[in-house]
Design a protein around this ligand. Sequence first.
Ligand code: 6R9
Length: 653
Amino acid sequence: MADNIDNLLTETRRFPPAPEFTAQAVATTELVSSAADDRLAFWAEQSRSLLTWQKPFTEVLDWSNPPFAKWFADGRLNVAYNCLDRHVEQGNGERVALHWEGEPGDTRSFTYSELTAEVKKAANVLLSLGVREGDRVVIYLPMIPEAVISMLAVARIGAVHSVVFGGFSAESLRARIDDASATLVITADGGWRKGSVSALKPAVDEALEVSEHGTTTVAKVLVVQRGHNEVEWQADRDVWWHEAMAGAAEEHVAEAFEAEHPLFILYTSGTTGKPKGILHTSGGYLTGASYSHRNVFDLHPETDVYWSTADIGWITGHTYVVYGPLANGATQVIYEGTPDSPEPGRWWDLIEKYRVTLFYAAPTAIRGFMKAGREIPNRRDLSSLRLVGSVGEPINPEAWIWYRDVIGHGDVPVVDTWWQTETGSIMISALPGLTTLKPGSAQVPLPGIAVDVVDDQGAPVGNGEGGLLVITEPWPSMLRGIWGDPDRYIETYWSKFGRTVYFAGDGARKDEDGDIWLLGRVDDVMNVSGHRLSTAEIESALVSHPIVAEAAVVGAADETTGQRVVAFVILRTSQVDTMSTEDAVAALRGHVQHEIGAIAKPHTIFLVQELPKTRSGKIMRRLLRDVAEGRDIGDTTTLADTSVMQIIHAQVG
Ligand code: 6R9
């Protein structure tokens, strides 16, 4: 982090908005001033103008029992209707909603009319399988149109989806199904990744085999045929999507639900081993998604072609692939595969092919492309782009400049957007056309959002100082809780500085102008390629292996992926001489992949005999990070045994 800060402190490049961009920009100075005048009136106005409420709300915010917020509570709406039917009713049924591209090059597109028709049928399929309002449906799918259709169909009938990233293992899937007590799983036989079909259904079969209590809450599994790979079939449980859809009724009238009706649960890593089921509800979430998508991406739905490369398994895929763009009637691209398959210019080919105008990706991908060289994007026509965005981790100034110069032909606004699964939508970003851009800084809270940087006591720091990032007023798309665990909700986010201040877990700095520069997590959460991973979760996976006595995991800085997972493992004495180091390391990496998923697999595992601990027994990860990053070891005076670090150094050396 120290290098990072030095780098940021010396960054002085500035890019004022181009007057032509400002002249047509969605975000205006009036927007900013109306939010500043009366925050709640501003949100009410945004929600009324952006969404269609079946029953208009009269209350804006109920914050009488913090941190449990209610937004627009006496209003009723249907989220899927807002993303689909109303665009058709307003005469935009022929506009393309999705241009989908499969990894092997097959394509499908859906107009708003066609997507609405599909979602209505899928809603009827869910009802026929016994899914009812409030039931939880787990979605474990590749990036195929059925992923979007499933989410909207679940929302349409007032059920609650929990999307699990297709890269997660059967174990992770099982834990999420159990925690949410899901009754239906929607999956596919397989999906395309890096040139071949990667099976998905076997993980579902395994996850449902032995649930913790020997039973499972899941009654049915709906299976999309995508990979055409062989799958095992349980006739009383498994249903082919295409067969069910072929027999489904076409009409479905969207019923209105309360604004605070649960919309989805999305699991994310926290500081302990158990992932948290972040709960989002309907009216406030959709308000935040639609508002931020329109203003941050400068969306002109009639002419823009938008593409966010995020998978639906992450919050970005929820808010900026499904809900924000579709609520706004946007035309977008979705792509099934990996950025470099079948060849390293695939993303740029897609931008050229679909004339993408607004593009949203993660810094890790940008840095990967930077390494591969500008010749690859330079061979494509990227002239259609008029704005590019970044999300998931801090984007270092050099990657920012490369992104603007090489992808954005040197003249597009770059929006670096800070937000979290918990915040539901973008909280901090430049407003294109208004903000003078600073490479490396997320810059300013969106109008209507109250952000600050505070010291350990909760006092705001001055300009030019660093501290902890907080959100000081509730906002419409805020999380409403952790599924089944209200105490953990309070404890994690709302106890450090009292019940009304949201603690984000990120370090930040205010510059001379009061703009915000994000500095990374201050807790034991790592960020690998923009994916949140918990040190505790990987440690507990490691110690669940019979050869392991103890394990400590740290995130070490990595040029491309931001951080990488490095593990320090003490083997059980009985194992030390029976297994070679290579075999033990291979077994442990495989085990973490099996327990959590490939993204959590440690990059490096050091087998050691000791771990550095404080006198109270806490592992000092800071010191292990020094080792993992090849730095001189910092202050060891609080160690119980100060010689430990020399020993570890000698062992990993
Ligand atoms: C949207 C998303 C959230 C964590 C967050 C922070 C990091 C995200 C960032 C950023 C610096 C940005 N993060 N965007 N850090 N600049 N523009 O990524 O959600 O997966 O929940 O991760 O990601 O550390 O706390 P999520």
